[in-house]
Design a protein around this ligand. Structure first.
Ligand code: G3H
Ligand code: 13P
Ligand code: ZN
Length: 306
């Protein structure tokens, strides 16, 4: 069933588990996400970036996701990932999204408040819930001096003021995660003390971007199938489990599905260079994505929570 992001995330925050928000760009990714969530009785969020919309077309991709979501046996929200403007958020809402992110985190505090508030007022009027971001995403080293981390990680007091002034429904915070397959040398450091402080001050669901695990076995399989990738690293499972105990309720994952998709395709073509039936090439990619999705939903504790 198609629901708002707020409905899914409020329950997750209260129940101390995380809900994965996976990025989609096409049919295979969307099916892997929604069918796996149904199999595991888990709520899930399907998110589209502006890049995904540009690639697949707003109407084409939204209708595909919305149809699967409406027919799903579990709660599904359709979310705009990193919306860059008021207009972009409104377009998404008009197309059928039930959740939008306005990402004005690159602005100063006052401008971020102004842009977020404007989207919140309009979205709430249309029954849609909103995510905003405060702080700047980026990997941190364990030994980094506090002043340096404070410069871009989310400030707890500012987070309280931001939520009060904007009325935003869920807030993305910078805690040491970063986008992509290269999150640091070795295990990325996650600032759990900061999560606990912010989670103690705010009762709304918190959001962790850049939460792919980049599993070593997938990276190995990518290399074995002829792919080239540098020193890849992702967020450890136990860091996510711990974060969800203290307020993180929405966990964004894109890179893991990109890797699985590519490994699936490469392996088929490497094994059978004569293959040219797209279903035989994309089917295994969809299966491998489903495997990673199953793992993520299990780690976050959303299995059986639909
Ligand atoms: O946070 C960004 C997501 O991974 C989406 O990436 O803008 O290339 O679609 P994209
Ligand atoms: P990853 O690059 O870790 O998958 O993060 C995706 C994300 O945060 C999308 O908003
Ligand atoms: Zn993100």
């Amino acid at each position: 069933m198609l629901v708002t992001g707020g409905e899914i995330l409020t329950k997750a925050r209260a129940g101390k588990y995380g809900v994965a928000a996976f990025n989609t760009n096409d049919l295979e990714i969307t099916q892997a996400i929604i069918h796996t969530a149904e199999k595991l009785s888990s709520p899930v969020i399907v998110q589209l970036s502006e890049g995904a919309i540009k690639y697949a077309g707003l109407s084409d991709l939204t209708n595909l996701v919305a149809d699967l979501a409406r027919r799903a046996s579990v709660p599904v929200a359709i979310h705009l990932d990193h919306g860059s403007s008021f207009e972009s958020c409104m377009k998404a809402i008009r197309a059928g999204f039930t959740s939008v992110m306005i990402d004005a985190s690159h602005h100063n505090f006052a401008d971020n408040v102004r842009d977020t508030k404007k989207v919140v007022e309009a979205a709430h009027f249309m029954g849609v819930t909103v995510e905003a971001e405060l702080g700047r995403l980026g990997g941190i080293e364990e030994h980094i001096v506090v002043d340096e981390a404070d410069a871009f990680l989310t400030d707890p007091q500012e987070a309280v003021q931001f939520v009060e002034q904007t009325g935003v429904d869920y807030l993305a915070i910078a805690i040491g995660t970063s986008h992509g397959a290269f999150k640091g040398k070795g295990r990325p450091y996650i600032d759990h003390a900061r999560i606990e402080t912010i989670g103690g001050l705010l009762s709304i669901p918190l959001v962790a971007h850049g939460s792919s695990g980049v599993p070593a076995y997938i990276v190995e399989r990518l290399r074995a199938a002829g792919g080239e990738i540098g020193e890849a690293a992702g967020i450890a499972d136990d860091d996510l489990t711990r974060a969800c105990q203290h307020g993180i309720a929405k966990v964004n994952v894109d890179t893991d599905l990109r890797l699985a998709f590519t490994v699936g395709i490469r392996e088929v073509l490497q094994k059978n260079p004569k293959e040219f039936d797209p279903r035989k090439i994309l089917g295994p990619a969809r299966d491998l994505m489903a495997e990673l999705i199953t793992h993520k939903l299990t780690v976050l504790g959303s299995v059986g929570k639909a």
